[in-house]
Ligand binder design. Sequence first.
Ligand code: SAM
Length: 366
Amino acid sequence: MTPFDVAHHSKPATTGPTLIDGFGRTVRYLRVSVTDRCDLRCVYCMAEHMVFLPKAEVLTLEELDQIASTFVGLGVKKLRLTGGEPLLRKNLEVLIAQLAALKTLAGQDLDITLTTNGSLLAKKAQALKSAGLKRVTVSLDGLDDEVFKQMNDVDFPVSDVLEGIQAAQAAGLGPIKVNMVVKRGTNEQEILPMARYFKGKGIALRFIEYMDVGATNGWRMNEVMPSADILHVLQTEMSLTPLQASQAGETAERWGYLNEQGVHDVSLGEIGFISSVTKAFCSDCNRARLTTEGQLYLCLFASQGYDLKPLVRSELGQSALTQAIAAIWSQRDDRYSELRVSEPALENGSTPSGAKRKVEMSYIGG
Ligand code: SAM
C-alpha cells in the first residue's frame, strides 16, 4: 500500500505532538535501516545467499534524513540506525551529523543510537562519536569463537567485536548494550560466560529470545530458549533482582545484580530480557521502522509496509510526507506480535491459517 492510498482513504490525520493510533499508542521511536547488506550471515537472521537491493532503490542519505526529520516533527524522540550492518553504509557519519542537529518537539537533543555487529566498530567508534552518535548496541552471541561462528556463519573472531566495544567505551558511546540472541542447542552454553564477562563493566547484557521473523531462518519453537529458562541458568551462579522499567515502551525486562550483602549494586551493571516470543508486547508499542528502500513498517511481524519512497521522490513536498506519515500512524490498529503467539509460524514462515510473514530481519532492521 502506498501513502497516496492511505491519504486518499483517510480521515484528516492527527498531526503534531499528539499523534496517536487506534490503541492510544504514540509514536516516539523510529528505527532506520540504512543498508540491507551485512558482512555476517547470522543463521537466525539472513539467508546465506541474499539478493540485495539495487542502488537506485536505496534511499539516499538526504532522503533518510528527510523521513527521520519528519518523524521527529511528529513527536519521535529516539532514532536507531540499523540494517543490515549500518557501519557498511558509506558516509554514515554525514547522516548522523544531520540527525544530531535535530531537536525534539520539547527542544531537547534526540537520543540517537545504532545497532551493530561490531566488526567495524573499533575503526569507526571515534568518528561516530564526533558526528553526534550518543551510544551503541552491539550484537554478540557468545565469547567462544567456534560457537560465534556457528551463529554468524562467517569466520570472524570474537576478539574483534570485544575490541570494538572497548573502542566505543573509550569514545564515550555509552551506556553500551550488548544483545545476545539465544538459540537453544547452539549457544546457550555461552549465557554464563557472557554474563560473567560483562558484569561490572558498565555494559548492559540483554538476552533476546530467538524470534520467528522472516521466512529464511527455518525458525522452530524448540530452538527458542525462553527468558525464564535463561534467568534460571543465570541464577545458578548470580543473585539478581528485578528492576523497574526506565521508560514506557521499553522492550527489555531489566534485572540488577545483588552484592554479597543482598543489596542491589548498580556498579555491577544489569541484565535485560527481550521476550518477544514468550511475552509478546503490543499495548505500549511506540515504534516505527523504516527500511532502506523507504518502506514504513509498524511492526516486525507485519507482512506489508507503506511505501514512502514515491512520496519522498515526488514534487509534493514536505507537508504531503508529514500528512501521509501522520495518517498511517493515526490509522494503526495492529497488534501482530500478540496475535502471532496464538498462531505461531511454521518452518516456512507461513502460519497454519496461511498468513505469510515474509519480512526478513536484515531487511526491516531488527
Ligand atoms: N547488523 C546489526 C547487528 O548485528 O546488530 C544490526 C541489524 S540486526 C538485524 C539487529 C538485531 O536483530 C541483532 O541484535 C540481531 O541479533 C537481532 N536479530 C536478528 N534476527 C533475529 C531473530 N530471528 N530473533 C531475535 N533477534 C534477531
